[in-house]
Design a protein around this ligand. Structure first.
Ligand SMILES: [Zn+2]
Length: 677
């Protein structure tokens, strides 16, 4: 890596139709932030680039559904995303957005240059057109019957019932989602990037030249290249996006897959007038941090664009992660199955680093992984509190207690002292080796081994036991412990920046370069340290249970939303219905039936009598809330004894899909005894 003078790190642009969740963080932003912080500590020239992806059909559809403009949608989510990243401490040098003017300009110029160089193919094809609204329809704007499974609401690009990929012309009875009319086929011209022509170059560049890429990344690239690349449309007919900057392209915009990665360039351009140095100087190393769903775009398509344009670098590495699941279920924005960053920050104030820690310790680096709240609690309590927090607290508290907060001088070193101090440098090289190869889980484990080393050292030496008999020895033990603590502030800085700032405050110690990591004289004798507070606090069971309950509620809401109504029963004669005597009555007494969970004993005024009814609604209604309420009651049902009480009729209830009961009541007050028919 010696040949590079600087590093440009890009992070996948989150799509501005929803907030950020832990899956995004674990896959992209936490590892990218760790890496950027590490390089900055090494005084390397590095930029961390981010921004919101604000074009594309899902945003126009969301805007249409909510009756607002696409700009309203992206303004809302860009603001939420940007703020939550900032509050969480993702150290972007710039966080931009693709609706920004500079991006439109940059993407336009990029397209124009490729166009002028003759690097696109022009092709005319027939596409569905809505005559009433006079516009071509994006695949997602067309619904119809799936030719494979017969599902009637399949989209023009996919049937969500059977999962088949479709093209709009395959749909039976296609309908425009905008006008509801049947669309017509009309000719339209578009520009295509001939990816097939880049195949020999891709083989040489990736398959021969980048065998060091992560196996999941390399493997996906190989399978894409081996299966044969096709020309890909760069433009489309849509009114939201970057307009195609050539004559005869009115009503056309750049496809979002083409404009979004150029967003990295625009953001760099927004940040610094020296942006070209970061993109075009061969001594700059380009790294893309992404999730596995983006591998083809960042390893194949975007590099082909950069290569075709001709003046840009292509990525040196693309350390893509696999997916993070939540409590054994796929994270999903539409099903609200996620831990949302902006909510976490509100519900766990001051615990940014805890989430970073857990997401790194459990990062989906080589396979999909699972986030569970129990694991979150265990890692906080058993690792951050019990190992790291415990060690630094002991070292600092004992220094206050025995030496009034002054770092004691080291005396003669024992073999164990020497071994312990020497271990710091060994751990440093292990942390570096892991970080340099994008193995962040391993790097965090190596870094935490320094806290484990300190914890074990203090537990073995037990200075509190020998203070009375050998205070000189205690001076040395605490000096060694404090040097380890000072080293921790450097070693854990990329992973736990908020906590290390706090720890430096306790130590009364400034921020150090990475080169100081391994130095065993960071704190000089007599240096005054401050009285410490707790670095991490225990997370109690009730906090975790509340989060699990929240997910359970989401699960229930999803089940309810997905539940299908039962089909109708067999037909009956009107006379069969007429046999049922249903009346409106008013509840005049209500009490729980002793020793039962479900039963209420009600006295009902039916207009012609006052009768007792036992009803299984005790889990959904308090007795006192029912008094005075009108209900529908089947009065000619054979009386039945329930728990020794004779029930004279049945209260009618609607049973919701989740099994809860709701009393059927007239929507206006009527006279008791009125017939329901
Ligand atoms: Zn289907």
């Amino acid at each position: 890596m010696g040949e590079f003078k600087r590093t440009l790190i890009t992070t996948a642009l989150p799509y501005a139709n929803g907030p950020i969740h832990i899956g995004h963080l674990a896959g992209v932003y936490v590892p990218a932030d760790i890496y950027a912080r590490y390089l900055r500590l090494k005084n390397e020239d590095v930029l961390l680039i981010g921004g919101s992806d604000e074009h594309g059909v899902p945003i126009t559809l969301k805007a249409k559904n909510e009756g607002v403009t696409p700009q309203d949608v992206v303004d809302k989510f860009h603001a939420i995303i940007k703020k939550s990243f900032k509050d969480f401490g993702i150290s972007f040098d710039v966080y931009s957005r693709t609706s920004a003017e500079i991006h439109h300009k940059t993407a336009s110029e990029f397209f124009k240059k490729m166009y002028d160089q003759g690097q696109f193919i022009e092709k005319t094809s027939e596409q569905y057109y809505d005559e009433e609204n006079q516009q071509f329809l994006a695949d997602r704007y067309i619904i119809g019957t799936c030719p494979k499974c017969g599902f009637e609401k399949a989209y023009g690009d996919q049937c969500e019932s059977c999962g088949t990929s479709l093209s709009p012309t395959e749909l039976i009875n296609p309908t425009s989602m905008i006008s509801g009319n049947q669309p017509v086929l009309k000719e339209t011209k578009h520009w295509y990037l001939p990816l097939d022509q880049y195949e020999p170059w891709l083989r040489e560049w990736i398959l021969e030249g980048h065998k060091e890429w992560k196996p999941n990344v390399y493997g996906q690239c190989k399978s894409w290249i081996d299966s044969g690349l096709q020309p890909r449309a760069v433009t489309r007919d849509l009114d939201w996006g970057v307009p195609v900057p050539v004559e005869g392209a009115e009503g056309k915009v750049l496809y979002v897959w083409f404009d979004a990665p150029i967003g990295y360039i625009s953001a760099t351009r927004e940040l610094t007038p020296e942006w070209e140095k970061y993109w075009k100087d061969p001594e700059t190393r380009l790294l893309h941090f992404i999730g596995k769903d983006n591998i083809v775009f960042h390893c194949i398509i975007f590099p082909c664009m950069l290569k075709a344009e001709g003046t840009f670098n292509v990525p040196d590495n693309v350390p893509a992660n696999e997916f993070l699941n939540l409590e054994n279920d796929k994270i999903s924005t539409s099903r609200n199955w996620a831990v949302w960053l902006h909510e976490y920050l509100e519900e766990f104030p001051g615990k940014e680093d805890v989430l970073k820690y857990v997401l790194t310790a459990n990062a989906p680096e080589t396979k999909d992984n699972d986030f569970t709240w129990k694991d979150f609690q265990a890692r906080n309590n058993n690792e951050l509190v019990a190992i790291l927090g415990n060690f630094v607290n002991r070292a600092l508290v004992l220094t206050q207690k025995y030496f009034e907060g002054k770092v004691p001088a080291r005396g003669e070193l024992s073999g164990y002292d020497r071994e312990t101090l020497a271990a710091i440098s060994i751990l440093k090289s292990e942390v570096e080796k892991s970080l340099d190869s994008f193995r962040f889980r391993e790097a965090l484990k190596n870094a935490m081994d320094l806290a484990r080393l300190g914890n074990k050292y203090l537990a073995d030496e037990e200075p509190w036991k020998i203070w009375k008999t050998d205070p000189k020895r205690v001076e040395t033990i605490l000096n060694v412990s404090l040097q380890i603590t000072a080293n921790l502030t450097i070693c854990l800085e990329p992973f736990l920046p908020f906590s290390m700032e706090k720890l430096r405050g306790f130590l009364n110690f400034g921020k150090q370069d990475w080169s100081q990591f391994g130095n065993t004289d960071l704190l000089t004798a007599d240096h005054k340290v401050n009285t410490p507070e707790l670095l991490f606090e225990k997370i109690e069971d009730n906090v975790i249970e509340a989060q699990l309950q929240k997910l359970l509620n989401t699960k229930k809401a999803n089940e309810l939303a997905e539940a299908k109504a039962k089909p109708a029963k067999e037909s009956i004669e009107f006379d069969d219905f007429g046999k049922m005597d249903i009346r409106v009555g008013t509840v005049i007494q209500a009490e729980k039936v002793a020793k039962t969970k479900k039963l209420l004993k009600l006295k009902i005024d039916t207009g012609f009598d006052k009768r007792t009814v036992v009803s299984g609604i005790a889990e959904y209604y308090e007795p006192e809330d029912l008094i005075g309420k009108q209900v529908s009651i089947l009065v000619n049902l054979e009386p039945k004894k329930l728990r020794g009480i004779e029930s004279q009729g049945m209260i009618l209830c609607a049973e919701n899909a989740d099994g809860t009961l709701s009393i059927v009541t007239p929507d206006q007050q009527v006279k008791n005894g009125s017939e329901v028919k």
